[in-house]
Design a protein around this ligand. Structure first.
Ligand code: FE
Ligand code: CA
Length: 527
């Protein structure tokens, strides 16, 4: 059984946390025999007291022959067990070529197990490349809504166009998901969610909405929080429109964590148990493939997706493997600590994988879908220099090496997509953004939050000074919304979609600004 005192003693003896040592304990805690459980007989439930598809359905991680179909049974979504008995349950699924579900091309039965919060992740294969499908689930007498998904084009195809949305940071308490209402009308092929899908904080009064459950640490509370977010009808509707690629930032676990280091520097052994719980609930609630099933506090989330030869997407995880933020997490000049070559945001394994993927790509557009701002933006007006140490500037050596790698290997049209900071930014990226005489290598589009931070403002504090003092910076705005990107073989276009207010229903979405990048010419141009 778990004994934290034994674990702490062992950590002291070894002079630090040993992943191998920790795994034995976390396995006992997190209840890991996921796969074994699937083999056992599942129950057929005939009827439910409440609708079991209260969290909706979703699809994700498509490739050119398949996609993951997701749902989670939760007749009482805010109950600790979601309103389910602790037994595995049968769930039927169907995929059709038409919205009316008359031409079924595949169907099957999956098991919703209590060890995975009664979630279902069906990996459908053998579909046709580059086309739309519809799907639904059934359990007992309950039927899910019909939702739409798609496969990606064949690897050697050159599609004429790709349209996708980029979302991040959807604090449930600070605003409504009005942005998703417009996004659902945009006829997008894909959505990239770049993190802060949930926030871990305890509920606060006098906000737009209120979190259930205390500050998250155990798997039950993480599950309840995900369930509460998923009950939002606008979020559900957007998941039902197209497949999503999701990655996390910090708040899916805890603000500003770095690998096994928590914000408040708690015992890493204890924090890794929180992280294991958070990762498990994240997997359960996202349309992810089996490769992402967590092993204790570890979870494989960085991965690649190819939209034919038009776009290669490298989806990064800049939390799980990073070194601790230098300079005590605070804003700082790019001093020796920030420039220390030992600082890594990616970790060695992910960095090697990323460089391999960039080197081997034949795509027109090479896209990093990731969390924290890469532009070296001085965030304070006047002589003083202040860079965010939680973002790439806190890992400036690795960041400069990565952009240099893109230049050295002539990576075709690199574009960086970013979330995290609840504001919109367009950055021209150079090896060192402090040196405008250097050539532009890539373009970064930073997207604002869906709801985090409340209504926001068009021209935030320091707006003019930031633009004047940072030659890399082309645009800045701090309203809520999302990015809408349209790619063709010759042009990338990003529309900055903003919402006038999110503190009450009825907000309207408009295009605040649009930027294009012409293939072969790095740098953003006003559209
Ligand atoms: Fe956030
Ligand atoms: Ca964040």
């Amino acid at each position: 059984m778990l004994d934290l005192n034994d674990l702490r003693g062992a950590i002291r003896r070894e002079g630090g946390i040993s992943r191998r040592l920790f795994l034995g304990y976390s396995a006992a805690l997190a209840g890991l025999p996921f796969l074994a459980d699937r083999a056992r007989g599942a129950q057929v439930i005939r009827s439910y007291a409440n609708y079991p598809f209260s969290l909706g359905v979703a699809s994700g991680d498509p490739d050119h022959t398949g996609v993951v179909l997701w749902t989670r049974l939760a007749p009482s979504p805010l109950d600790p067990d979601g309103g389910m008995d602790p037994v595995p349950v049968e769930v039927q699924w169907e995929v059709a070529e038409d919205e009316g579900m008359s031409r079924i091309v595949q169907k099957g039965v999956a098991t919703a197990t209590p060890l995975l919060g009664h979630s279902v992740h069906v990996e459908v294969n053998g579909l046709q490349p580059g086309r739309w499908y519809w799907y639904r689930f059934r359990t007992g007498d309950a039927e899910s809504p019909v939702a739409r998904t798609r496969t990606l084009p064949a690897p050697d195809a050159m599609p004429e166009q790709l349209r996708f949305g980029v979302a991040s940071c959807q604090h449930y308490e600070t605003g409504l998901y009005t942005a998703y209402e417009q996004m659902a009308k945009d006829e997008l092929d894909l959505v990239f969610h770049l993190g802060d899908y949930i926030y871990e904080y305890a509920g606060q009064d006098n906000r737009v909405r209120k979190h259930a459950a205390p500050k998250l640490t155990n798997v039950t509370d993480y599950r309840i929080r995900h369930a509460q977010y998923r009950t939002d009808p606008l979020l559900q509707a957007m998941h039902a429109r197209c497949p999503w690629f999701v990655t996390w930032d910090d708040h899916e676990v805890e603000n500003n964590y770095a690998a096994e280091i928590s914000e408040g520097n708690m015992d890493p052994a204890v924090f890794l148990i929180h992280r294991a719980n958070a990762y498990q609930a994240y997997y359960e609630n996202m349309p992810l493939r089996r490769q992402s099933i967590p092993r204790g506090p570890d979870m494989q989330l960085f991965r690649k997706a190819s939209f034919g030869r038009l776009g290669e997407f490298l989806i990064l995880d800049t939390r799980q493997y990073r070194s601790d933020q230098p300079n005590g997490d605070r804003h700082s000049d790019l001093n020796a600590a920030a420039l220390d070559p030992k600082q890594s945001l990616l970790g060695a394994r992910q960095r090697a994988w990323l460089e391999d993927a960039l080197r081997g790509s034949h795509a027109t557009w090479n896209v990093l879908a990731q969390q924290v701002m890469m532009g070296m933006v001085d965030r304070t007006a006047g002589e003083a220099k202040e860079y965010s140490m939680d973002q790439w500037p806190g890992y400036a050596h690795e960041r400069m090496q990565l952009v240099q790698f893109m230049a050295d290997h002539k990576v075709s049209n690199p574009v960086v997509l970013t979330g995290d900071i609840h504001s919109n930014w367009v950055n021209d990226l150079r090896v060192d953004d402090r040196k405008p005489e250097m050539p532009i290598i890539a373009t970064e589009f930073v997207g604002t939050s869906i709801s985090s931070g409340g209504n926001g403002t068009d021209r935030p504090r320091n707006h003019d000074a930031l633009l004047a003092e940072n030659p890399c910076l082309r645009f800045h705005n701090a309203q809520r919304g999302y990015m809408r990107c349209t790619l063709t073989p010759s042009t990338w276009r990003t529309d900055y979609m903003v919402v006038d207010f999110v503190d009450r229903p009825g907000g309207t979405v408009s295009t605040r600004a649009s930027f294009v990048v012409e293939a072969g010419q790095p740098g953003a141009l006003t559209a």
